[in-house]
Design a protein around this ligand. Sequence first.
Ligand code: KG4
Ligand code: ZN
Length: 373
Amino acid sequence: MGSGLILGIESSCDETAAAVVRSGHDILSNVVSSQVAMHALYGGVVPELASREHLRNVVPVVREAIRSAGITYADLDAVAVTSGPGLAGALLVGISFAKSLSFGLGKPLLAINHLEGHIHAALLQSSTQVDEATTTEPTLALVVSGGHTHLYLASQTSGAWHYRNIGRTVDDAAGEAYDKVAKLLGLPYPGGPWMDRLSAFGNPEAVRFTFSTIDRGTPGEPTFDFSFSGIKTAVLRYLETHSLREASATRHTALSAIASPTLEDARALCDPQTLDLIASFQHAVVSNLVRQTLRAAEHTGARSLVISGGVASNRALRARFTEVAQQRGLTVAFPPPALSTDNAAMIAAAAWPRFLHADFAPATLNATPQLRL
Ligand code: KG4
Ligand code: ZN
């Protein structure tokens, strides 16, 4: 083994990313080229455009990751790449590039599940407290992003990680609900961060949203599932019954006309009723995520929580989880906001235990768009 340098490559959705991480912990470089501005023109990710942009960006992004890490390609010990889940065409760009690089350098290739990456983003720089906790007992991991809302019981045996899925969304992911509701309200894409910041100006108790309880489990082995499509419909109904649809369309037109709209621009275009609706939506979604996660923690006896994925950068979610964890004597870890959304440092970090176990991918590695963890 060399000095534990792993190059991570991520291209599963709309960010082309590469990073060099030493021994699963020290980030030497972390380069993310986001396509968000381009997809925003269409109100969501356009798969064909995503693949084309990845193709354009992958070489300069990897080159920059190597350069800013202050190393050469020869210093690498392995190349790790996201093999799924994600958009097939987008995944293939990263995979093809990683395979060629691994073959050309004569270094092993590692295939990483994007969701495992998100979990490791929280473990990457977490307190030693969480590190110690995870080596002795299972950690409950909530991965909450634009494409996923999953609860896993994560544990280690001899340094190798195992994951048991104990809950998932049965329809929309939480981030997807944020983005769809923001779109209904005429806010820019992706809507999550806008809804998060605008929530501060509304009354979270103004509108009551309820969640149906879904459970695919059995009495002995319950599941802790989520459902977010109902709240989207409830928001739509609210807009219709309160005659707010036209105002949303006007807001969309006005915000689209501004090159880089600010929070103030968006706030000025929102009437008090809409701000209350935004705050109430956020309150309901966050409460639901926290409630289900705590139910799962109670049932499994997990003492430490890891919250990751794009929605983990939500300020209300962080505040609420921190508060309840303190009340219940649980430890909770979040990735820093920059590592919450898609990046390649999390892929290189998740690859480290696999590298130590020589759990390498074959040269025939292919994309698995529906890959499960
Ligand atoms: O993890 P990520 O970058 O990509 C996926 O794997 O999906 O997550 C992106 C998602 C988007 O839906 C975005 O709106 C949401 O995360 N998001 C947020 C916040 N920041 C990003 N949602 C709520 N509050 C935020 N602050
Ligand atoms: Zn992601």
